[in-house]
Ligand binder design. Structure first.
Ligand code: NAD
Ligand code: ZN
Ligand code: ZN
Length: 346
């Protein structure tokens, strides 16, 4: 089969032929219908040589949906032909966190060498994807595969961060989304669907600011040294009760801290390497800062249920598998509006 692989540190990914995978006992083979392209893959591909926690080559893609093509011995939970989405953060399935469905925070995945697809295990940007256990699968139940596939990360990750902040997002409050890209443009819609908060989006690109308004941001502000002042002005000096930074670089985490209100929740979701010091007097009183990772299986069910109500519409641009390297090039150049989705089988 064809697959998109990260083969050399620092080099672009390549489309190559690899052997067709076969499901062993307990495993499920998916024919991949759609696979999303996440900005995190650049962090994966740019780790210093020798600093990789997995072997190369690696088939990329940690957002996947497909149909069940075959099941291994003992699998009864899914049937051939069923349309499913993949819950990507794979854990051990039995520790205290996994028992809560929080496999994103599995206590022993690292020690057991368990890796997520596209982040160590072979990923979804391929004609077929091997899934280790049917518990990693969630029925699509009528959702369009292309529109749904980004929800498994670009939807689930902001959903998890927003859910934690819901008690702060009361009527009259403000939520700020920094970076209206793949994750951010879904975050804006989730905030509008789940909260009465006023939503302010920050980005460096006019096109992304336009998309932010289109998907529901009340205000769209250029992300520069004046952004925090602009948000304070828009909030009568109070700042924002919740801040979601989908860039996470030094200048954006500084902005996040500077525009936060007292008792604000600041979530640093982007992996841009920035750090926001916490200590008395450093931030408004009782502001809390966290750096969440992905979301739970239960939260993925909730995001998909919300999508079935029509409350979230992901902007997608599709590419055939042969053009997947172009999708990465365009994402890197900042010219994908919404999420790039690869169609490995057509
Ligand atoms: P993306 O490229 O689709 O979106 C990034 C957006 O940020 C773009 O719209 C870009 O114009 C904007 N941007 C860039 N610099 C900016 C600045 N200084 N101020 C404001 N906006 C700026 O990327 P994505 O796939 O949505 O991922 C966003 C981030 O989240 C990445 O760092 C990714 O690695 C990370 N991520 C983290 C998790 C997690 O679990 N913590 C999960 C998925 C992705
Ligand atoms: Zn991701
Ligand atoms: Zn576990």
């Amino acid at each position: 089969m064809k697959a998109l692989q990260f083969r050399t540190v620092g080099a672009p990914p390549e489309v190559v032929h690899v052997p067709d995978p076969e499901p062993g006992p307990g495993q499920v083979l998916l024919k991949v219908t759609a696979a999303g392209v996440c900005h995190s893959d650049f962090a994966v591909m740019n780790r210093p040589a020798g600093g990789l926690p997995f072997d190369l080559p690696l088939t990329l893609g940690h957002e996947g949906v497909g149909t069940v093509a075959a099941v291994g011995a003992g699998v009864t939970a899914v049937q051939e032909g069923e349309a499913v989405a993949v819950y990507g953060p794979w854990g051990c399935g039995s520790c205290a966190k996994c028992a809560e469905g929080k496999e994103n925070y599995c206590l022993c995945a690292h020690a057991l060498g368990i890796r997520s697809p596209g982040l160590g295990a072979p990923g979804a940007i391929a004609e077929y994807l091997l899934v280790d256990d049917p518990r990693h699968l969630v029925p699509l139940d009528g959702l369009d595969p292309v529109a749904a596939v980004p929800l498994t990360d670009a939807g689930l990750t902001p959903y998890h961060a927003i859910k934690r902040a819901l008690p702060k997002l009361v009527p009259g409050s403000t939520a700020v989304v920094i970076g209206a890209g793949g994750l951010g443009h879904v975050a804006i819609q989730l905030l509008r669907a789940l909260t009465p908060a006023r939503v302010i989006a920050l980005d460096v690109s006019d096109e992304k600011l336009r998309l932010a308004r289109e998907v529901g941001a009340h205000e769209a502000v250029r992300s520069d040294a004046g952004a925090a002042g602009a948000v304070r002005e828009l909030t009568g000096g109070n700042g924002a009760e919740a801040v979601f930074d989908f860039v996470g670089a030094a200048p954006t985490v500084t902005t996040a801290g500077a525009l936060a209100a007292v008792e604000a929740d600041i979530s640093i979701v982007g992996i841009g390497g920035g750090a926001l010091p916490v200590g008395f007097g450093r931030l408004p009183h009782e502001a809390s800062v966290s750096a969440p990772y992905w979301g739970s299986r239960g939260e993925l069910l909730e995001v998909l249920a919300l999508a079935r109500t029509g409350a979230v519409s992901v902007h997608t641009e599709t590419f055939p598998l042969d053009e997947a390297p172009l999708a990465y090039e365009r994402l890197h150049a900042g010219t994908i509006n919404g999420r790039a989705v690869i169609l490995p089988n057509g």
